[in-house]
Design a protein around this ligand. Structure first.
Ligand code: PXG
Length: 460
């Protein structure tokens, strides 16, 4: 497969150092060593450049995170200022600093109703791991220590630490580390295009939501601690829930007194056209996890937001809560996150994603459905998926050995577009600052690359 052909000696040197010494996330290393990694050296607005000077439009906002676009002076300056004033201090043992205090208060303003206290971590995975500990602690404080089982979903992605990977329902992540841990179970997810057959999306949404009720009844509500889910499943294939799904999940969690932990790592901070996916879908979370868009990826920071009943339980407990990271609420990360939220509010980026720009993105996405290879497009706000299929009528997929999505992604890279492939679903999640003109560029390239893979498959 093609990759940047190293022309310059500098690129070659970086590739050699990297191949010799760098263990990459989610990578088959012997393949990468043969090809040489693409070296990304700079970024501005919605574009990135590699070390050979090739410019690409970043349809994935990095890894679903650069909401405000690259190269924002406001964020850089906020980070620099904090680095000079208070490069580090911790938030353990009864200390705080202005950045963590102000960011907590800011988050209480923008997060869904009822979420009003925040624990800081450094990654989405750490956030979810912390959430699992909070869930266990909450039920222990309630005198219900038997409420332990956590129900999550197939195709869910919640991160890679031991508990977060156990929550994840992408089964290929499990065997290398003997996961999931005991006490984590997975139910079906609302993937209508793949699994819905002849059902309407609404009927299918209800049927799949009721899998939660079935699992609760099977295991006993007295044993179930929480249900954990992303509003839209991201890394599992951009699975958009039918409109009936979340209201039914709300109902079931309340009826059986199950905590609802919503993983907003991708959907948070405007991605779906409102501040949080929970706002878009009317989800009533007891707890949320956020990362990525919180700092637009400029600094590693995550936050677990907790609602009233969990907050009260922990705050009113007479014992110390035994959890926290050295860098929980790191001043530089908090300062950059604050500047990021400020830009988002001043430039009304959430309103844009939920308004004209989001609508334009969705229109351009939908237009791809006329392509012979495109079975379905699906999206909301500034997130979208394009599922490539062998047969539009029957929804039959190509055999996985053909690597259709991956090959399409290679065409994208070679033609100046970053578009993620999840199986044969191509995914777009661009910076929220993207303009209509840039969306035209993005979708023009996307169509060209789908044409190229169609040609490879003899479909044009
Ligand atoms: N929850 C969700 C919903 C995520 O999407 C995490 C938790 C974990 O966050 P950290 O910061 O620990 O990576 C994520 C991360 C992909 C891809 O290939 C997706 C993520 C990360 C890396 C790659 O789509 N999501």
């Amino acid at each position: 497969m093609s990759q940047t052909v190293a022309k310059s000696n500098q690129t070659k040197r970086w590739q050699e150092m990297d191949a010799a010494h760098h263990l990459h996330p989610f990578t088959t290393h012997h393949e990468l060593a043969k090809k040489g990694a693409r070296v990304i050296t700079k970024a501005k607005g919605v574009h990135i450049w590699d070390s050979e000077g090739n410019r690409l439009i970043d349809g994935m906002a990095g890894l679903w995170c650069v909401q405000v676009g690259y190269g924002r002076e406001e964020l850089a300056e906020a980070g620099y200022k904090a680095l000079k004033e208070l490069p580090f201090y911790n938030t353990f043992f009864q200390t705080t600093h202005p950045y963590a205090a102000e960011l907590s208060a800011k988050l209480a303003e923008v997060t869904p109703k009822g979420i009003d206290r925040f624990f800081f971590a450094n990654s989405g995975s750490e956030g979810n791991d912390s959430a699992v500990k909070i869930i266990r602690y909450y039920w222990n404080l309630q005198g219900k220590p038997q409420k332990k089982v956590i129900i999550a979903r197939k195709k869910a992605y919640h991160g890679v630490t031991m508990a977060s990977a156990s929550l994840s329902g992408l089964t290929s992540m499990h065997p290398q580390a003997d996961l999931p841990l005991p006490g984590f179970v997975h139910i079906d997810c609302p993937y209508w295009y793949g699994d819905g057959g002849d059902m309407t999306p609404e009927d299918f949404g209800l049927k799949i939501a009721r899998r939660l009720e079935e699992k609760i009844l099977e295991l006993g509500a007295e044993n179930i601690a929480a249900f954990v889910a992303e509003p839209i499943q991201g890394a599992g294939g951009l699975i958009i829930p039918p409109s009936t799904y979340w209201p039914e999940i709300n109902r079931i969690c309340k009826k059986y007194d199950i905590l609802l932990h919503v993983d907003e790592v991708i959907c948070g901070f405007g991605r779906t056209g409102k501040w949080f996916g929970s706002d878009t879908y009317g989800i009533e979370p007891d707890m949320i996890n956020m990362a990525k868009g919180l700092s637009s990826g400029y600094q590693p920071i995550a936050a677990v937001g907790i609602g009233g009943r969990i907050g009260e339980a922990i705050f009113n407990s007479s014992e110390e809560w035994s959890h926290g990271f050295t860098y929980s609420g790191h001043p530089v990360a908090c300062a950059v996150a604050l500047a990021n939220l400020d830009v988002m509010q001043k430039e009304k980026l959430v309103e844009k994603a939920g308004g004209e720009i989001g609508a334009y993105f969705q229109k351009k996405l939908k237009e791809l459905e006329d392509h012979p290879l495109v079975g379905e497009t699906r999206g909301v706000g500034l997130i979208g998926g394009i599922e490539l299929v062998k047969d539009k009528k029957t929804r039959e997929k190509y055999p996985s050995e053909l690597d259709v999505g991956y090959r399409c992604r290679v065409h994208c890279f070679d033609n100046g577009l970053v578009m993620r492939a999840i199986g044969d679903t191509m995914v777009l999640s661009p910076p929220l600052v993207i303009t209509k003109g840039e969306l035209d560029e993005l979708f023009g390239l996307a169509r060209r690359c789908i044409d190229l893979i169609a040609k490879d498959l003899g479909r044009s």
